[in-house]
Design a protein around this ligand. Structure first.
Ligand code: GTP
Ligand code: MG
Length: 273
């Protein structure tokens, strides 16, 4: 009788993970967590004092995951409190407000703070980062567009989601993908699976798109001196076209950058004898 019994599947071990939130004050870190865990939104700003800690359980495939969430205060004043909480982290929710350019520009400083606190032996390579471009419901004030945010995130091998803690848009998808990636990481011996670790475009392509976005005029965009000759303009154009042609470049924003370069060249050639 025993022999005919179907074999009972071994229950998968439960897993305990640590997740932290990072980003400037008031970008919506606490609201994103609240929206996911409590399904509600609080419009009044209640600054996190130091750290808020919570535990939640989630299911990923057939594993039960116990998530310890450390929601950090973004205000510089709380640096002394939050600096102890960076270590032994498997996942980071890195948040900026799409209507506040400084909060986007500050993302590098947040990574630097974490790196510094982890010390020379800390390894950020094997942590899952998800970037939340938050407050996308405030369309009128938006000043950091999707391709700019996605380019920054993906060039670092980070996940990227557009979110609104107010409407809930993107929140469940973000957490689901984030937790699945963390479980994949744990099941892969704590190493990021290779498919996630490298972007499908080069640093040169990402840097060039950023440079084109920030250029002040057509000369600057093509990277030539004002008053350059037709030959110089064409040469610079060809180099950029090879780098950014939509058939060859999949970096976010490459299509717009390519169009801008084509337009810059046309405008310059019109005026060069
Ligand atoms: P600190 O704890 O000070 O670091 O700030 P925080 O990043 O945790 O910000 P918090 O979640 O407290 O939100 C700040 C303000 O932004 C609050 O007034 C929220 O109601 C508002 N807010 C957060 N997310 C959104 C969003 O997606 N859309 C809109 N419109 N407002 C949001
Ligand atoms: Mg907060």
């Amino acid at each position: 009788m025993e022999a005919n019994m179907p074999k009972r599947k071994e229950p998968c071990k439960s897993l305990r993970i640590k997740v932290i939130s990072m980003g400037n004050a008031e970008v919506g870190k606490s609201c994103i967590i609240k929206r996911y865990c409590e399904k509600r939104f609080v419009s009044k700003y209640l600054a996190t004092i130091g750290i808020d800690y919570g535990v939640t359980k989630v299911q990923v495939r057939d594993r039960e995951i116990k998530v310890n969430i450390f929601d950090m205060a973004g205000h510089p004043f709380f640096y002394e409190v939050r600096n102890e909480f960076y270590k032994d982290t498997q996942g980071v929710i890195l948040v900026y407000d799409v209507g506040q350019k400084e909060s986007f520009d500050a993302l590098d400083a947040w990574l630097a703070e974490m790196k510094q606190e982890l010390g020379p032996h800390g390894n950020m390579e094997n942590i899952i980062f998800v970037v939340c471009a938050n407050k996308i419901d405030c369309t009128k004030h938006r000043c950091v567009d999707e391709s700019e945010g996605r380019l920054w995130a993906e060039s670092k091998g980070f996940l990227y989601f557009e979110t609104s803690a107010q409407t809930g848009e993107g929140i469940n998808e973000m957490f689901q993908t984030f937790y699945v990636s963390i479980v994949d990481l744990c099941e892969n011996g704590g190493k990021r699976p290779t498919t996630n670790s490298s972007a499908s475009f080069t640093k040169e392509q990402a840097d060039t798109i950023r440079r084109i976005r920030n250029s002040k005029d057509s000369w600057d965009m093509l990277g030539v001196k004002p008053g350059a000759s037709r030959d110089e303009v064409n040469k610079a154009y060809r180099k950029l076209a090879v780098l950014l042609h939509p058939d060859k470049c999949v970096a976010p924003g490459s299509e717009d950058a390519f169009k801008a370069v084509v337009n810059a060249r046309t405008a310059l050639l019109k005026n060069i004898k």
